[in-house]
Design a protein around this ligand. Structure first.
Ligand code: MG
Length: 378
């Protein structure tokens, strides 16, 4: 970050010079801040490229217009950066966290994660959030001197947005806040809330686009109905797609404005003067109570009507079966694994299979499943 930009950072933001540093010592860059470098490392990682072919709700081959984890991550970064700029927070850091937050996701969204977690039950479990940290700390192989991307503490801290106390005890400094019940930086809190804003809104858009949700159904949701009515009054005879997109755009705008204003108020009340104050205080990045209630209503609706729609559940069921059968085949006979994963399995056991399966894209998992179970597949 240039000197001019760093002057605009609020005292409670993460300042580049304050970083708790990287796990392996490196020279700092003359041209880029530490967090710009983190962002760039994430963008150049292979796990980031694979997000293009991993799903959120809809499986990749269901249509070209649905969100993937890549476009989702870009939307999260866009929302987080907009808010960060308004609050005087470190845009580069919140962008890096946003772009990396889903790197550990399995193929097929939550269905894949649940299946892999069940498979790993007696081997320490599987949690996508922890896996995102594992991707940047261990699994990326790009540097001569170390495994992983060697990101700054603050970026890693933001990636690990939740963690059980049990797991936190195994993670050293990065796990400490879960044990001590402290807050992460505001940049990390912001990336987390931007994630929620992004997926709630794009799941409405994708849900309506797929025909699994209807506008009539959505009118029962206060946040949607309020904006849809304004759009209808402002523009006469709008085609349904445009009505939806204009409504979603206004919803995102209201949520961003609400977070910005509520957080500003929270900051005024708590008056943090430093990053240390942020860590020791209450969570400050938040929706207002009214918008929080509306977001809860929306989430409940999406859960019932979209995520539990029978067509989504049928796909989730297939996805679980693929992930489970892949895992069981490999754990039953390690000779079926590609050589590099067999080697890793000798070192770390079942975790090597979880890493391999979790790293798969949707279509790679489908192909690998065919190669293992269909006699004429190669
Ligand atoms: Mg996400």
């Amino acid at each position: 970050m240039s000197a001019a930009a760093s002057r605009t950072l609020a005292p409670y933001a993460v300042h580049d010079g304050e970083s708790q540093g990287r796990q392996h010592a490196e020279e700092s860059s003359a041209s880029r801040s530490a967090f710009q470098r983190d962002r760039d490392r994430i963008i150049h990682s292979s796990a980031f490229r694979r997000l293009e072919y991993k799903t959120q709700v809809f499986v990749n081959h269901e249509g070209d217009l649905f969100r993937t984890r890549l476009t989702h991550s870009l939307e999260v970064a866009q929302i987080a950066r907009s808010i960060a700029r308004n609050l005087g927070l470190n845009e580069d850091l919140t962008e890096a966290i946003s772009l990396a937050h889903d790197l550990g996701h399995t193929p097929f969204g939550h269905a894949g994660q649940d299946a892999l977690d069940a498979c790993m039950k007696t081997h320490g479990g599987f949690e996508h959030n922890l896996q995102s940290l594992r991707v940047v700390d261990v699994l990326e192989e790009r540097y001569g001197g170390f495994d992983g991307l060697n990101l700054c503490f603050e970026t890693r801290e933001g990636i690990l947005k939740h963690c059980s106390v049990e797991n936190a005890r195994t993670l050293g400094a990065i796990g400490l806040r879960f044990i001590e019940r402290k807050q992460p930086s505001l940049e990390a809190q912001l990336a987390n809330l931007a994630d929620e804003i992004a997926y709630n809104n794009h799941d409405i858009d994708d849900g309506l686009r797929s025909g699994l949700l209807t506008i009539d159904q959505m009118m029962a949701i206060d946040l949607f109905a309020r904006h849809a009515r304004t759009v209808e009054q402002t523009f006469s005879k709008l085609a349904p797609r445009r009505l939806i997109l204009e409504t979603v755009r206004r919803m995102i705008n209201e949520l961003i404005t609400d977070v910005t204003e509520t957080t500003r108020e929270n900051i005024r009340a708590a008056a943090p003067e430093s990053l240390a104050d942020v860590r020791n205080g209450p969570a400050l990045i938040a929706f207002s109570p009214r918008i929080r209630d509306e977001a809860v209503q929306l989430k409940r609706f999406l859960r019932k009507e979209l995520y539990y729609h029978y067509r989504v559940q049928r796909m989730a069921n297939k996805a679980k079966r693929i992930v489970t059968e892949l895992f069981e085949a490999f754990i039953g006979n390690a000779d079926l694994l590609p050589d590099e994963h067999q080697e890793r399995m000798k070192e770390i056991g079942a975790r090597a299979i979880a890493d391999y399966v979790a790293g798969m894209t949707d279509r790679y998992a489908i192909r690998e499943h065919r190669r293992l179970f269909e006699i004429d597949a190669q």
